[in-house]
Each structure stands twice: as C-alpha cells, then as structure tokens.
Design a protein around this ligand. Structure first.
Ligand code: ADP
Length: 263
C-alpha cells in the first residue's frame, strides 16, 4: 500500500468507518455465497449502506443470488457498480466474456481485486462484504494486504471433514493479523414436514471450528449462527431474491437476520 503506482484504497485508510467482512470457507458448496448474499440484503434492509465484492473467481454466484440485472458502467475513470436489493455489487463474473471460465493467475487476480477496491465508486459504505474463494489461496492473502482492517467470517457445515478445512481457512488470520469475528454453521439440520429433524451432515462442525480457532488464535471466536437446510433458501437464491427479503418467516431466515444484526 502506498507504494509507487499502487492505487489508493479508501477502505484501508485509518479514518475509514466502513466495517469490512471477508467471508471465507474451507471448501466450496458449504453456503458461503448464500450467507454473504443474505447478510448483504438483510443489512441493507436494516438501513445500512452495503457493498459486496464477489471475489470467488471459480464460483461467482453473488450476482445471481442478489438478482443483479445490469452490468457495471464507466463514468470517467470510475466503475459504477450495479445496485440490486439496495446493495452495490461488483463481481469478477461481470468482467468475463460470455460467462467463460476465469483462467487468471495470482497476479491478475490481485490486480482485479485492487481495481474493485480502488476504481469502483462505492461511496460511503457502512459495510463491505467480500465473498472469497474457498480455501487459503492468493485472494485471501491479497485481501489481507489490501484491507488489513478486514475481519474474517468463517462458514462451515456441521461435517467434521468440512470443519477441519474451515479451521485452516480461519487460522490464516493469525499470519495476516486479521481478526476472525466468528463462525457460521450452515446446513445444520433439515426439519421435515412430519416434525422430525435430520442432521444430514452430522453435527458439531460449527462448535468445533469455533473452539479450535479460539485455541489457535487466543481469543474467543463465537459460533454466531446455525442455519438449517431449507428448500426455500435455495429457491430464493436461485431466483435472485435472498430468503431474508422473502415474506415467509422461516428458521433459516431468522438465523440469517439475527446474524446480520450481530455483526
Ligand atoms: P459456496 O459459496 O460455499 O460455494 P453456495 O452459497 O453457492 O456455496 O451454496 C451452494 C448451494 O447450496 C446453492 O445452490 C445454495 O442455494 C444451496 N444452499 C446453501 N445453503 C443452503 C441452505 N441452508 N439450505 C438449502 N440450500 C442451501
């Protein structure tokens, strides 16, 4: 930061009031993007000014989940992000040609992220959410470098195998000096119509990640939410209106809403 030719990132200035959460997971498919999209929509619905950077190169799904309909535009040297559900959104997927896969190497990803943070007109945000690619790759390190004040939110499923890799993604914070705000356990259980509960992915993953990170990092890392499996959550994401904005009140919606208010 501040080196020759390094563009300035307003969010990283000491007087920035924007809270920054990087949402991470050990592996893909655990609901990291769903959590990010619902958090963003819930926070915006609560009146906060919210921006999302979708930096999940391989699985960019935020635009679909938030129902983004327009591409970004260019005004002078700034990129104007499209707004969906009152959330400003920029995604790596908006800069690929006809949905072709991204085959960028580390340095290009770093540059793209830098542009997202310095050349996009975000205005004054209360909250910036970053949807990171799963794992402990280049982007997580770039985010830590560019946004040293960002905090990490770890998403896992209850499954032991998922929890172990999620732990690793969280423990990166020790090396990057970022704070881990907490853990979200997603797909915690499925409530069936007959009233029985099935723990499809086992149980305890969230607690495990929370306890292990606390041990590794030396401070409390709370399990902030347990979000059950709900078909309506998936459908809501597929149709571009996150569950937290839908009318029906469900346990997953309540969990995501109170998560948004706890941050
Ligand atoms: P990730 O970002 O970790 O790869 P996604 O958020 O894309 O994961 O979720 C993967 C798939 O699972 C999506 O189709 C999403 O709608 C679905 N999904 C995520 N969480 C839940 C849940 N709690 N209940 C039902 N479906 C879910």
């Amino acid at each position: 930061r501040g080196g020759m030719g390094e563009p300035e990132i307003p969010f990283s200035k000491p007087d920035s009031l924007t809270r920054i959460y990087a949402v991470t997971s050990g592996k893909g498919g655990v609901g990291k993007s769903s959590v990010t999209a619902n958090l963003a929509a819930a926070m915006a619905a609560d009146g906060l000014k919210v921006g999302v950077v979708d930096a999940d190169i391989y699985g960019f799904s935020i635009p679909r989940m938030l129902g983004v309909e327009l591409p970004p535009t260019k005004v002078d040297d700034m990129i104007m992000p499209p707004v969906a559900k009152d959330v400003k959104v920029i995604s790596i997927g908006m800069f690929t040609q006809d949905g072709r896969p991204v085959v960028w190497r580390g340095p290009m990803l770093h540059r793209a992220l830098q542009q997202f943070l310095s050349d996009v007109f975000w205005g004054d945000l209360d909250v910036l959410l970053l949807d990171l690619p799963p794992g402990t790759g280049d982007i997580a390190i770039s985010v830590a470098q560019m946004l040293p004040n960002s905090e990490i939110l770890v998403v896992t499923t209850p499954q032991v195998a998922a929890a172990e890799v999620a732990q690793r993604a969280g423990i990166v914070a020790e090396q990057t000096n970022q704070r881990v705000v907490g853990v979200v356990e997603n797909m915690s259980w499925l409530d069936q119509p007959d009233g029985t509960r099935v723990e499809l992915f086992g149980s305890g993953g969230g607690e495990q990640v929370s306890a292990e990170l606390a041990k590794g990092l030396g401070y409390e890392v709370p399990l902030l939410a347990q979000v059950p499996i709900e078909q309506v959550l998936r459908e809501a994401s597929d149709t571009g209106t996150p569950l937290v904005l839908r009318e029906e009140d469900t346990p997953a919606k309540q969990a995501l809403q109170s998560l948004a208010r706890s941050l």
